[in-house]
Structure formats: structure tokens, C-alpha cells
Ligand binder design. Sequence first.
Ligand code: SF4
Length: 314
Amino acid sequence: MITLSELRTRQAWPLNQKIDHTCYAVEAFVAYCKEHGRTPYVSFSGGLNSTVLLEIVRRFVDPNMPGVFCSTGNEYPEIVRFVRHTENVTIIRPTMTPREVVARYGFPLVSKEQAHGIYDVRHVKGEKTRRRRLEGVANSRSVMISKKWRYLINEPYEVSHKCCEYLKKGPMRKFYRNSNALVMLGTMAGESNLRTGQYLTRGSCNTFSDDPRKVYSAPLSIWTDTDCWDYIHRFNVPYCPIYDMPGITRTGCVFCGFGAQYGGGSRFRVLNNLHPKLYKMVMNYTNNGYTLRYALLRMGVQLPGEQPELFGEK
Ligand code: SF4
């Protein structure tokens, strides 16, 4: 374990020191894989961080390092094109489409932790779980549902955390089972409180365990977005051109409602500007006969061209 102030010190290191640190972590991970008869690979999303990770690994450690991209059917078309043009990347797919996942399990809204809590209260039988989610319990890892989002417990549509499971984690696990490979991720500790907490507990980029399912590497843990851009410019690294389009700050799943309450609806405005057909399609994903558009408006998200009087329409 390390302290938050130690993490902050590492995050303030100059880029050269971070590159050395990352290479050291990758080399240690690759050596571990070799020793245990496993193949290392980079989980490649086509986004900024994994683009940097794949490049750094191929430049300094192993030019043949494979990448794996999980195509959820939920990405910007520019990302898919960029991935297809990147060499030595295997594309895997989930067995369900985003539309099917949403229809069966509900919309991913607010945050993974809040959506999980709402799902638990609606579906898990047991007073203990319900109390934990509504009243909170000291030292419990379950997050309490915040007052602001409790209305979601009684909405006519479902809200859940399961989308990631069916669209991303499940296909990755299947790949892992079939390939015996171990993953390197481009995640950074500064991305969220959850990631910060995970890094503080691990204390380093690599996690080794007797259980191979728990072994992984996150060699960019102490990096920031600014470091990634500095690296890209220093080494002239090709990146997905979507980052040069106006308003783009994120390139993840286009319909995700996690964090949609922030940014004044800009992610949906940008999607609508760049790909209006795609925007229309995802807004019409439904659960229990209610659209994603309806659920987002209920959350107070500002959607392009929506009039306040439309609020509450199905
Ligand atoms: S990031 Fe959001 S939309 Fe994408 S798979 Fe996870 S929950 Fe679903």
C-alpha cells in the first residue's frame, strides 16, 4: 500500500521518469508472463491512453506486442476505423448487442456504483442489502445510493451496472480463458476515486497473484492525460483523428449514461453533431418501453434540441 501523497509525488514526476517507470513495470510483467507460460497483451480501445500504452510497449519493450480490441458496437466510427488500421490487433465481440443488453438489464446511468446500488435495491432479496444501499454501513464496500438518485428505484425502466459486464468484461474474460493471455491496461489512477483507491491498495502498476485471474498490469497508473499528449507529440505517435474534432473530450461508449449528469450534456451534443443518425439510434434504445432519451431527460441531462416542456414524455 502507498499513501495518497506518495501517489501525488509520482504523478508530478517528469515525463522521462514516468516513461522509465512504465518500461520497468512492463518488463517485469512480461518476465512474469514468460515464467508462467502466459502471453502478455495490451487491451486496446483506440483511445488516448491505450494508444500511448501500446506504442510505448512496442517502442521500448517488444515490437510484436499484440493488442486486443473489444468491439461493443457502441464506439465512434472513427475509433473503429483507427483500430482496424493499427497492426497486430485482434478484434473480439460480445454475444449481445448494446440494444439487447439495455433492453434486458437496464440503462447504465449516473455511475457504476450508484447503478449497482439501484439494481440491488430493486432485485436483490434480503433486507441487509437493501439497508446497506439505502442507509449505508460503516466499513462496507457497498456504496449508498445518494438522495439525488433515489427516484431511480421507482422508475418504470431498469437501471443497472451490468452493461459493462456483458459488453466488455465478459468477452475479455472469454478471450483470457481461450488464450491463456494476461492483460496490460491503459488505466490511470487519477481517472476516478475508484481507480485512485485501487492504486493506493496495490502500491504499484503490477498485480501478481497465485490466482491468474487476478494478475494484470496498469503501467500508466501514475500518468495524466497531459503526459499522454506530451508523449504523443514527442514521439509523433499516430492517434485517432476524432480527438481533433471540436468538443471531443472522451471517446468511450457513445451512449453511456455514467457521468452523463456532468458537462451539461456536451457528450450527446458532440455525438449529435458528428453522427446524428447514431445519436438518434442510441436515444431510441429502450427498456420496458421507455427510451434512453426519456431516462436522460429525467436525470436532468440537457439533450440537443430538446425543449423543457418535452421533459417527462415517453
Ligand atoms: S462504459 Fe457504459 S456503455 Fe460502455 S459498456 Fe460500460 S456501462 Fe456500457
